[in-house]
Design a protein around this ligand. Sequence first.
Ligand SMILES: Cc1cc2nc3c(=O)[nH]c(=O)nc-3n(C[C@H](O)[C@H](O)[C@H](O)COP(=O)(O)OP(=O)(O)OC[C@H]3O[C@@H](n4cnc5c(N)ncnc54)[C@H](O)[C@@H]3O)c2cc1C
Length: 298
Amino acid sequence: MAIFNKFIIIILPLLPKFFVKLFSNKYVAGDNFKQALNTVKKLNLDGQCATLDILGEHTVGENNAKTITEKYISLLKYIDSNNADCNLSIKPSHIGLDIDYKLTLTNYISIIKESEKFNNFIRLDMESSKATDSTIQLYKELRQQNENVGIVIQAYLKRSEEDILNLPDNSNIRVCKGIYNENEKISFKKYEDINKNFLRLIRRCFEKNFYVAIATHDIVLINSCLDLIKEYKVKTEMFEFQYLLGVPMDKSINKFKIKNYKIRSYVPFGEDWYDYSIRRIKENPKIGTYVLKNLFYK
Ligand SMILES: Cc1cc2nc3c(=O)[nH]c(=O)nc-3n(C[C@H](O)[C@H](O)[C@H](O)COP(=O)(O)OP(=O)(O)OC[C@H]3O[C@@H](n4cnc5c(N)ncnc54)[C@H](O)[C@@H]3O)c2cc1C
């Protein structure tokens, strides 16, 4: 499979856009607000919530970062006018982190002020390790002003347990494995080590009474998290399960539904779908395998 993945990475950018769209359709909810909200409404009807992500990252130019910030503000209004159960996940570099820390903070504050009006919630997505310190700092500053903001902690980073222990009380954390290619000095590389750390982090979150979004498709991990929820007697309103739109989760979702657990789908959309799809594949060669599955098992 490793050879196949390498092959996919090389040939995919050379293929026509419509071919890439064949698989990205499953992972991306269209180009615009209307299409994104259609997907969200379907999820809501199925008893699931959503978090929307406007595709894009590493924005260049202050004006562009401002324009994207305005887009997120309009999206919050659009979510509210559609009565959708849906919050936002925003990458710091999408609204300015590659340009300037203060600009990014100001942009997040504008978005969060708008979200307050609708009692909505904003999560700072976590990008590569170059951005970890700044993202945690942003989160801490934003939390001082508003509780309806959350962060992401990646289980593959060796520093993550320490990070969790230093987060403010009542934090709201998404725990995921992490998707970027990180140096082995700072990150776990083996599946078993990442999973072990994932569970360690979930334990720390439960011990600190944080709200936890458990973001994984790994059935082994999901089952272990269900055991931890039992062990720590965690109240249903203190956690949720999250998955990426398009990843087959039927069995797990049914399991969560039986137990009345909150389920949230991460729904990316936007004009940047092509670059996003190509980047995701390059960043994580394993996705090559998923591409194959998605092409043949629709
Ligand atoms: C809601 C959510 C938000 C996330 N936010 C961030 C973030 O802010 N920062 C960050 O670095 N990473 C983020 N990620 C990505 C995450 O870090 C992992 O890279 C990704 O979820 C794959 O890891 P896994 O836990 O599913 O385990 P894996 O071991 O990678 O996968 C477990 C199984 O799930 C299935 N699977 C996994 N991914 C896919 C896929 N794309 N398509 C089809 N099947 C798949 C496969 O069958 C695989 O065997 C997020 C993931 C989720 C679910």
